[in-house]
Design a protein around this ligand. Sequence first.
Ligand SMILES: *[C@@H]1O[C@H](CO)[C@@H](O)[C@H](O)[C@H]1NC(C)=O
Ligand SMILES: *[C@@H]1O[C@H](CO)[C@@H](O)[C@H](O)[C@H]1NC(C)=O
Length: 249
Amino acid sequence: MLYQHTCRSFCILALLLVSSSIVTACEGECIVGITNAFVGNYSDPVARAMQDIATELDTTVLDPARNDKKAAIMYLQPLWDQYREDAHDKMQTAVFKNYFHGKCQDPKTNIDPPGCPNPDCPVVCGTPGSMVHFYSTLRYIAFNCTARLLESYITSNSPAYQKVESTILADSKQERRRGFRFRRDICQRIDGCEPEDLERRSEKSQIRALFMRFFALLAKKCGGQDGKLNGLPYCSWEVDMKHYILSFP
Ligand SMILES: *[C@@H]1O[C@H](CO)[C@@H](O)[C@H](O)[C@H]1NC(C)=O
Ligand SMILES: *[C@@H]1O[C@H](CO)[C@@H](O)[C@H](O)[C@H]1NC(C)=O
């Protein structure tokens, strides 16, 4: 009897805990699913922004007579691989750990505001209802996270970017000319300057500047104009996403 009673209370308690965690927060499958959905949806605009950089590299930096006629986009492969490796973690952190987390309840009254935790909760908290209510914020977080992640590889001079840079330099127009066109005159006025260094440095900064356009290029793919994001109409996926988000209990 005592045993049964204990079991029953325990089971009810366990059930309550399980059901409350299902109802009140986006966890487990919900977090993974929504993260994957944004990363997956972004792979197309990210790839197209990278293609724009590749096209620009092809016309301004790469030697048209490079040996194997490698497609310009191939030079970006290490960055793409690194992005694919990091994107999920970064997205999950940006969306859930840094923003949509915690309870929706008023901490003073312990009462859930109307619409909370679901389906449309006007409090920032870790539930599908909150993500739906603050969808414009969610949309911006996903965009910013994606754009800044790529940028961070350039600004930190990451191994992936160094690899990209060195293969581009090896096949650049400058590399071809290097044999006969040293800027000795400028260089002689700088202590310790080797003519190659100066050209290399300006070439590196030209390439870097091209890659640093990624944020602006991605913004444009997403429907931004004149430096404004305009609600990112092509990277919103609002109807599908809200529907998907609310498919989690
Ligand atoms: C974006 O993700 C949602 C949820 O997974 C999906 O329904 C939709 O088809 C995706 N849209 C695109 C353009 O990939
Ligand atoms: C954009 O993303 C960067 C890098 O993840 C982050 O440091 C920054 O706070 C974000 N900006 C906004 C306005 O959320």
